[in-house]
Design a protein around this ligand. Structure first.
Ligand SMILES: *Cc1c(COP(=O)(O)O)cnc(C)c1O
Length: 209
């Protein structure tokens, strides 16, 4: 399925701007390879806010529940609050411990039949701390929930830290529970503003956009 199949702009881009269209596909493939899932699909956005709002919308439409709720640590970026408001989602925010990280038991306590997604950050924008993404991914996998990882900064830092031999906990599509991942080219990717990436593991989910 092409992204947003049938959309006028996708067809227009593919048929009338084939060079730009191919460049986008190539850029997405490169980012997806860097982040542990060369087959992931996705698109370039105007930045992290659009990526996060689009991920919430995808999770909402995939789940199709009447009273959707999303759980995230209170350290997550404010774009999730904007997105939740715009998309009619109830946001359940998990307070942080003394280490400024969320306790996964508290996350799981908030899971209920209305939960459509979990969100975590790698790292969060204020403290620069990586949430326990692995634990989020295990919970998402076990409870069959969509997990979106905000890697606005991390997507362009952690893979290269690893190349330098620094020990980096798993944070990306190498964790089977990660459904979508975003990162910002216009931050540490040193790309022009506005360049963000939203990557989605399962192409069939795009039918819900
Ligand atoms: C910068 C940032 C965003 C939002 O990105 P914009 O490109 O400014 O819209 C989202 N999450 C985190 C963690 C960020 O640092």
């Amino acid at each position: 399925a092409e992204l947003a199949a049938g959309s006028f702009f996708v067809e227009w881009a593919r048929d009338d701007q084939p060079g730009a269209y191919r460049l986008e596909k190539e850029a997405v493939r490169m980012m997806a390879s860097l982040l542990g899932c060369p087959d992931a699909v996705g698109f370039i956005t105007n930045g992290g806010t659009e990526s996060n709002v689009s991920a919430l919308r995808l999770a909402r439409n995939v789940a199709g529940r009447p009273e959707p709720e999303v759980i995230m640590p209170e350290s997550a970026h404010y774009s999730f609050r904007v997105g939740a408001e715009l998309l009619g989602l109830r946001l359940r925010e998990v307070t942080l411990g003394q280490d400024y990280l969320p306790d996964l038991n508290r996350v799981e306590d908030l899971v209920n039949d209305n939960t459509i997604a979990l969100v975590c950050s790698a790292p969060d924008g204020a403290m620069g701390l990586m949430d326990p993404v692995q634990e989020f991914a295990e919970l998402a996998h076990r409870r069959d929930l969509f997990l979106h990882v905000d890697g606005a900064f991390g997507g362009f830092i952690y893979p290269f830290m690893r190349e330098l031999g620094i020990d980096v906990p798993p944070f990306d599509f190498n964790l089977p529970g990660v459904s979508s991942f975003m990162t910002d080219g216009h931050k540490l990717g040193l790309m022009p503003i506005a360049t963000g990436f939203l990557l989605i593991r399962d192409e069939s989910m795009l039918d819900a956009i």
